[in-house]
Write a protein that binds this ligand. Structure first.
Ligand code: ADP
Ligand code: MG
Length: 713
């Protein structure tokens, strides 16, 4: 067989000309290979033959075997341009009238006495049955039909039958022997069928058993190719080198902290120090629940870089967050003789210019900022480390841009989104992971309650009580209009896509009115309102006043969600809590309980009675009441929402990583295969880093995966 048959355009196949090829390309199918890997989205089970009289469900499709009893007649409707083809057919239990619309050309297909398997809806009409435009296949006693028929995604100009025919033509072109990409030993060791068998049975399964075997193989393939892509990239990155930062002691920094590191923080810092001491680039992610103290780990990494004669950058997704990091770290660094600047969109041009110059001359040690760090003017004299905070908010492209700027620097990613284990490998398979699973001592549990509108008065009294005793209050309400306006709003948009937010989600107006109402209700306190439509200056200003204790009640949309730290905040009220997803509620709850005050999170159901809350939302609220562990909540969120919706990036890249899309694989169900595939890929790459002995596989991986070292991180 021609090695390159997969790369041939579909027009090489019988029955596909320019017009149909154009239709196929709308399905993303351009080559013979695309066609073979364009798997059915479902299957019809036509193997379950019923008698007409047994059929009770008129909404489901059924398979019946009927013999033609009357010659087909064409009935014309003069009023409209419409024809009916009608005939009767029977089985042992009764007869059905079969109708096709505007398809008189079928007239000769149904000779008297011939038998067919019909598949479609069956309705009872008096003493007989009716089927409209059923699928049909001639049936012969000695020639069994297939039970499972593929259902493909379609577009205008391509029918199910055409795709089936084209797939068959593609298999014929390959001589019915599709070569296997996978080394035989690996295939056998993992109990997988051949690619040829898999392709054949995914399109045209002979049985459920064969279909299951085909799926297992193809899912493994997806993971395996993905894992290979990651492993190759990783190997190349290791080879590309990085400045060894051997001054790994962080004692001077730690001496200035008002606390001792937790055991988990200590582990993270040790991991970082030993990564950075190597002359291959670190690529590590630190995952830990909100408030576990990731910032100081980032500071330690930056400190190591600078003490080793290098520069370090920290990028945060929002200005508020960048400023907070700056306010936390700059005083610390300054006491250590390390220079630090803040670079955000709002930085004046003159100041920006100064920072650019200081970075490129090497005079400036560290810089903290937002996407502004990606601006053209930014270049480092001696890059050592790039840290990105809350990285899932950054698109793959942005991370790549920053990595590009910093050359072969070490990279550290911090994520407050606890990642279910099954997802971690797929999302961050290219990163080493440190999990911070321990909270700083004295951290209290934020007592959580779910209430409904009938609690309003008690709630108001509770706000009053907390503020009077010196505490601060967050009130969060959803406002869908802000969907695309702010990084922090992404999850909200995501929720609406999942149907969690109903169409009637309150617009910004409602949030504004609500804020006014709060101000009126508590004239003795200072309240403020912050939302994503505000200029970042204004937003920052409000946040700053809240953080400084000048504002006691902060009404906001979800912009405060990201790691903002206000120690006196002790009450988090989430209005219309039923509209928020679990992980988001957990993030919000993490805003309080950061100081010494006993803290509470009150989830207010928007409806009258909590009992009427939709089941799904009820389950989320009760999970929040009973669970405090971010990882457990993430697992629950995953099972409730499914992996596809778990972490949608701005650019919809959830199931994509460096350009890879899983077509069949379900990260939740197939976690075992994912692990096995990673193990096999790791071994293979260890032995043959560039897949020189497996050129077909290498090509396959390269075609699935943009093998560009910088695009991954
Ligand atoms: P996150 O992991 O959410 O980014 P932060 O780094 O913002 O958490 O830390 C949250 C708070 O905990 C900060 O006020 C920080 O000073 C404090 N903190 C961090 N580590 C410790 C520790 N080991 N002991 C006590 N407090 C700590
Ligand atoms: Mg943080």
């Amino acid at each position: 067989m021609n090695d390159n048959v997969f790369a041939l355009p579909v027009t090489k196949l019988k029955g596909i000309g320019a017009v149909r090829a154009a239709a196929y390309s709308r399905l993303g199918v351009r080559t013979v290979g695309d066609l073979l890997f364009d798997f059915p989205r479902a299957y019809e089970n036509r193997g379950n033959i019923e008698l007409l009289s047994e059929i009770t469900d008129p909404d489901a499709k059924h398979a019946v075997i009927l013999t033609v009893a009357t010659s087909p007649k064409v009935v014309r409707l003069r009023s409209r341009r419409m024809t009916f083809l009608k005939f009767k057919a029977y089985d042992d239990s009764g007869f059905a009238e079969i109708t096709f619309f505007n398809q008189d050309f079928l007239r000769d297909k149904f000779p008297l006495g011939s038998t067919f398997r019909f598949y479609g809806k069956v309705e009872k009409a008096g003493n007989h049955y009716v089927m409209s435009s059923p699928a049909f296949e001639p049936w012969y006693e000695d020639r069994p039909l297939r039970d499972l028929l593929p259902v493909y995604r379609l577009t205008d100009g391509v029918s199910q039958k055409q795709i089936s025919d084209s797939v068959a033509a593609a298999q014929a072109l390959c001589g019915y022997e599709i070569p296997d990409f996978m080394p035989n030993e690996i295939r056998i060791a993992n109990g997988l069928c051949t690619l040829n068998f898999a392709i054949k049975n995914i399109h045209c399964p002979e049985s459920f058993k064969n279909l299951a075997a085909a799926k297992k193989r193809l899912i493994f393939d997806e993971f395996f190719n993905f894992a290979l892509g990651i492993s190759i990239t990783r190997k190349r990155r290791v080879k590309s080198g990085a400045p060894a930062c051997v001054n790994g002691s962080t004692a001077d920094l730690e001496a200035l902290l008002p606390y001792a590191l937790t055991g988990a923080q200590r582990r993270a810092v040790n991991d970082i120090a030993s990564d950075m001491a190597k002359n291959s680039p670190m690529s590590r992610i630190i995952v830990g629940d909100v408030g576990c103290g990731k910032t100081v780990c980032a500071a330690a990494a930056m400190f190591i870089a600078v003490r080793s004669g290098r520069q370090a950058a920290l990028m945060a997704p929002t200005e508020i967050l960048a400023r907070q990091h700056y306010c936390d770290l700059e005083p610390l660094f300054s006491r250590l003789g390390i220079s630090c600047e803040l670079l955000v969109g709002a930085t004046t041009p003159a100041k920006k210019k100064k920072i650019y110059d200081a970075l490129s001359s090497g005079e400036l040690d560290t810089v903290i900022g937002t996407q502004a760090l990606l601006s053209e003017g930014v270049s480092f004299a001696s890059p050592g480390l790039v840290v990105t905070d809350e990285q899932h908010r950054f698109g793959v492209a942005q991370r790549a841009a920053l990595a590009g700027k910093s050359g072969h620097a070490h990279t550290l990613v911090m994520s407050a989104t606890p990642i279910p284990r099954s997802l971690a490998l797929a999302l961050y398979g290219d990163l080493d992971m440190t999990v911070i699973d321990e909270m700083p001592p004295g951290r209290q549990r934020v007592d959580t309650f779910a209430v409904d509108g009938s609690y309003r008065e008690r709630l108001d009294a509770f706000i009053k009580k907390n503020v009077t005793s010196g505490g601060q209050v967050y009130i969060v309400c959803p406002a869908v209009e802000e969907r695309e306006s702010e990084a922090g709003e992404v999850e909200l948009a995501e929720l609406s896509e999942n149907g969690i937010i109903a169409d009637q989600a309150p617009p910004l107006k409602a949030a504004v009115a609500y804020a006014a109402e709060i101000a009126e209700k508590f004239p003795e306190f200072t309240s403020a309102f912050v939302h994503g439509k505000m200029k970042s200056r204004e937003k920052d200003d409000v946040m700053k006043r809240f953080a400084a204790g000048k504002v006691q009640i902060l009404v906001s949309t979800t912009v405060i969600e990201v790691g903002v730290n206000v120690p006196d905040a002790c009450l988090m009220i989430v209005e219309n809590a039923e509209r928020f997803g679990l992980s988001q509620l957990h993030q919000l709850r993490g805003r309080v309980g950061r100081g010494n005050r006993k803290s509470y999170c009150i989830l207010v159901y928007g409806g009258e009675h909590l009992e009427d809350c939709p089941q799904n939302a009820k389950e989320r609220l009760s999970t929040m009441k009973n669970t405090y562990d971010g990882f457990a909540i993430a697992e629950k969120d995953l099972t409730m929402r499914g992996p596809g919706d778990f972490l949608r990036g701005e650019d919809d890249t959830i199931r994509q990583h460096g350009g890879v899309k899983f077509r069949l694989a379900d990260l939740c169900d197939d976690a075992g295969l994912l692990k096995a595939a990673f193990a096999e890929a790791g071994r293979l790459i260890e032995a043959d880093p560039e897949l020189r002995d497996h050129p077909v596989l290498a090509e396959r991986v390269a075609s699935m995966f943009t093998l560009d070292a910088d695009s991954i991180n």
